[in-house]
Each structure stands twice: as C-alpha cells, then as structure tokens.
Design a protein around this ligand. Structure first.
Ligand code: F0G
Length: 460
C-alpha cells in the first residue's frame, strides 16, 4: 500500500534537531495575558506552548537547507548563492528578471513606488494588508474583488479564493485607464487561505491582457495553490505540481513573493517580472532601499537556503502531508463542534468565532475572546481576524496558522483538545473593550480589558 492510503498522517521527515517548547501553569498564563494587555502580540514567545500566530518565517529548514547555508557565498556582487537562486527561480517560474528582497512587503513597496501611480487603481481577489498599505501609500486605491462564496464560511466550494469575474469586468469598465495593475493573491490569505483555480487565473490574465494592463501574482503560497489545483481542479491530476506552478506563472507578467511561506526560509522575498521596462525601474528602487541586485537585503546564505526551499516546497510528499495536516486540524475541530471555515485552506484553520460565541457583539471582539481563551486554556496562540484587525469586518475569525514542518500530529491533537475545552464553556467567555488604541494597524499594539459575559449588551 502507498503510505498516503493510511489513516495516519506520516510526516515526510524525521527530526534531527529539537527545540523545547515552554509549558506554563494556568496562573502564569493568566498573568502573562494581563501583562500583555490581553493582546497576544504582546506575549513573549517563552510564554507560548503552541505558536500558531503565523506560518510566515516560522518553518523548519531541512538538513539540505542548513548545509546550503554553510555553503553560502557572501560576496557583495555576483555571489555564487545568487546565481543558484536565480537559476532555480527562473526554472520554476520562467520569469527572466529576478530580484531578491528582504521580505514580501519590500517587493510590494518597490511595486508601489515604481509602477503604481498616484490616483490609479489596483484590482486583486483580496489584497493582503501589507499589499493594500503599500498601494495606498502610493496614493492609489486597492480594490478587492473576491467571489461571493468567499464570505460564506460553510460553503464547501473548492476554489473560494477566486476573483469575481463579473466584478472584474465591471471594475475594468468603470476605472478604465486608471487601472495600473491586476493582481491575484495565491492562495487568498485574507479570505481563509483558499486557493485560486487555474481557470480563474486564465480568465483574469486574459482580461488584463486584453485591456493592456500588467497582471502580477502575489505568490507567497504558490506551491500550496498549485497543489490544490492538482487535487481539486478537473483535468490536473495528471499534470505535475511543478508544471502547474509554471503554468500559473506563465499567465502573469510578474510576481511578488514573501519567501517566508512557501520558500520555507525564515527571511526573504522576491520580485520578478518578464517586462524589461518594469525590471529597470525595480532595480533602481531596490538599490535605493534593499541593497545591490545580487543580494537585495539578504545574506548570501539566505539566498542559498531559499534556492533549496523553493524546490522542497514543490515536493509531492511534502505537499500531500501539508494539505493532510491542515485538513486533519480543520476536521478535528469540526468533529468536536467548533465552527470552522470550510473547505480546509492551505496554511491555516479559521475558527468562526462569531458563531462560537454569539453572545459577544462584534464591537466586543468575539475573535479576540476565542483567541485569548485558547491561550489561557492551553498556551495555544492564534490571531484574531475580525473587527479588531479590520474595523467593520463582516466575519469574526480566529486564524490558527500552521508553521511548515514544525509541529507533529500530536501537537495538532493537543490544540484540538484545548479548543474543545474552550468550546464547552464558550457561553461564559468575556468580550473585550479597548483601553489603548493606536492610530493605525491597531491590532498589533492595542491594549484591552475583559468585559464579563453578563455585562455585555444583548444582541438585537
Ligand atoms: N502577501 C501575502 C499573501 C501574505 O500572507 C504576506 C504575509 C505578505 C504578502 C507580506 O509578506 O510578511 O514577508 O512582508 N503574511 C504573513 C501572515 C505576515 O501572517 O499571513 P512579508
């Protein structure tokens, strides 16, 4: 029998180096939470047992990546590590012009300062918040065009990350020449880590091309997206994952990438294009802010580790395990009665906190209530994605993002058990009220205090 036909998810690696995880008492966690102003961003990592705050830069590197690190070439210009990375990126993506940068938002900032003029419009399935911020910083408008099912946590459609094509046609007609760029975020992180279908990428690409507008991908999770096309989209079972990835990139003029996700490195990013005119502009901006074109704010060893990580991320056994572990986590929570966004996404589980704690009105942050309860109960750290992060948000979610190759199935079992205990007493969870609110991106540094359940205003 093939190993994937077994019920047990077998991690496609064995562990060569281990890192102890902290265990605290409930009293210690309570004290930590109070000191943190009930904001999990303010905790010290030493106070967190299972850290699911993000899958960004938190993955484990392989033995081959550590070996590549040692072999890194730290020459200022023309380093061997750079040549390795450039070759791998060109081979995977087919993009002739490759620029390294220190992380995804650096690529976005360069884009914003070069090819997104003030007063223009950028269309995307859903902008990640740093992408949106860099576009707005350029004086342009970032417009999200997700498909309607993206807003329905229970809808099991396979490609809820798609862009709404009717909305795209309408936006192209309305904004005309003002549209500076069309983008697709693969997978659609802000909409539940849901994938975008090849059919949708093709349709969006064709429309952008017909309108003469540059089409770029946010390729942070390109390998997970390619895997979902392989397993969920008719006609792609026989097409290999690297081939699917190549087809996705072939449809675009360029891409930004936070390599901290599917590059499986702790720091790094890419900005690539097939347009020479864009490349010339990017290069000048890169030198101004990131560094010379052959290192872009990274050490030579980082470039070497990324060259290996990008290839490992396309490995079938790795991707099968990655999908299986997120699905296992999602289904495990579902089975103990916790409302989750379906179907499982690529990098995280999203708990529907609005449904789990319906007694907490949105302005008392039900997502924060559930996230804090998970920490208090078992030291599990997730992140609120709801009205605290996005004032006026329609969904109140908690994201539990799974770092790559870090936790095993028993860590996931533990997290499910913690959530089950929280759910058993969900009706007693307090809401939260802000005691300190910073002027922007308030979720990072806000301070809060609990409002007991019995003192919350009744709904409706
Ligand atoms: N694009 C997407 C889709 C992302 O998810 C992120 C980061 C970025 C761009 C920015 O990249 O952090 O390297 O500058 N997402 C992280 C997260 C922070 O937790 O989802 P960066």
């Amino acid at each position: 029998m093939e190993h994937w036909s077994y019920r047990t998810i077998i991690e496609p690696f064995r562990i060569k180096a281990v890192e102890p995880i902290p265990f605290l008492t409930r009293e210690e966690r309570q004290a930590a939470l109070e000191r943190a102003g009930h904001n999990l961003f303010n905790l010290s990592a030493d106070e967190v047992t299972i850290d699911l705050l993000t899958d960004s830069g938190t993955g484990s590197m392989s033995a081959k990546q550590w070996a590549a690190l040692m072999d890194g070439d730290e020459s200022y210009a023309g380093s061997r590590s750079w040549a390795q990375l450039q070759e791998v990126v060109q081979q995977i993506t087919g993009m002739p012009y490759v620029l390294p940068c220190h992380q995804g938002r650096a690529a976005e900032r360069i884009l914003g300062r070069t090819v997104i003029p003030a007063g223009s419009v950028v269309l995307n399935n859903t902008h990640f918040d740093t992408t949106r911020a860099n576009i707005e910083q350029a004086g342009a408008q970032a417009v999200d065009l997700p498909v309607p099912v993206a807003h329905d946590p229970g809808d099991p459609s396979p490609f809820k990350g798609d862009m709404d094509l009717d909305a795209l046609d309408e936006a192209l007609a309305r904004h005309g020449d003002r549209v500076a760029m069309v983008m697709l975020t693969l997978t659609n992180n802000a909409a539940g880590g849901q994938p975008v279908s090849m059919q949708n990428i093709e349709a969006v690409s064709a429309r952008a091309r017909a309108a003469g507008i540059p089409f770029y991908l946010d390729a942070a999770r390109f390998a997970e997206n390619a895997w979902f096309i392989h397993v969920r989209e008719p006609g792609y079972r026989e097409v290999s994952v690297p081939e699917i990835a190549r087809r996705m990139f072939d449809l675009a003029d360029g891409f930004t990438m936070s390599a901290k996700k599917d590059g499986i490195v702790n720091i790094g990013g890419l900005l690539c294009t097939r347009r020479e005119d864009h490349y010339e502009k990017f290069k000048n901006e890169l030198i101004l802010g990131e560094g010379f074109v052959t290192y872009g704010g990274l050490a030579g060893r980082d470039l070497s580790a990324l060259a290996v990580g990008l290839q490992e991320a396309l490995d079938t056994d790795y991707l099968r395990y990655r999908e299986a572990s997120i699905a296992y986590f999602t289904e495990g929570l579902d089975q103990v009665g916790i409302p989750v966004v379906k179907p499982p996404g690529g990098h995280a589980v999203f708990i529907d906190a609005g449904a789990m704690a319906p007694h907490i009105p949105a302005e008392f942050f039900p997502g924060q209530a559930v996230a804090n309860a998970l920490y208090l109960e078992g030291g599990v750290r997730g992140v609120e994605i709801g009205s605290l992060m996005f004032p006026g948000a329609t969904m109140q979610l908690v994201r539990l993002a799974v770092p790559r190759r870090v936790y095993t199935q028993s860590h996931v079992d533990y997290a499910i058990e913690v959530a089950e205990r929280v759910a058993a007493r969900a009706a007693e969870l307090p809401g939260y009220r802000l005691t300190h609110e910073p002027p922007f991106l308030r979720h990072f540094s806000a301070r809060m205090e609990p409002v007991p359940a019995e003192r919350l205003p009744r709904r409706g």
